[in-house]
Design a protein around this ligand. Sequence first.
Ligand SMILES: [Ca+2]
Length: 94
Amino acid sequence: MFFIVDTMGMCEVLAQLYDTFHTYAKQDGDCETLTKGELSKLLATEFGSGLSKDAEDTLTMLDQDKDSCVDFKEFLSLVGMVFLFMSCSEPVSQ
Ligand SMILES: [Ca+2]
């Protein structure tokens, strides 16, 4: 998902993020929020198995309104953290 950002405009990136969120959020019939199970599947599929083991901690961190689910706004916090991590992890070219 994140490797195609370089070739996409901002609107396309947001549309892709929205589509990805809803692909997982709709699995329990409520397409507006991710449950812990849906978040775990999203993390495993989109970020690799390492993060899926921490779904409970990730949900707690993202769940700003404490409703035990992650809405799209809260999901964007995760995306921002991943992009920040990726930008800090890239080697400095000279
Ligand atoms: Ca929430």
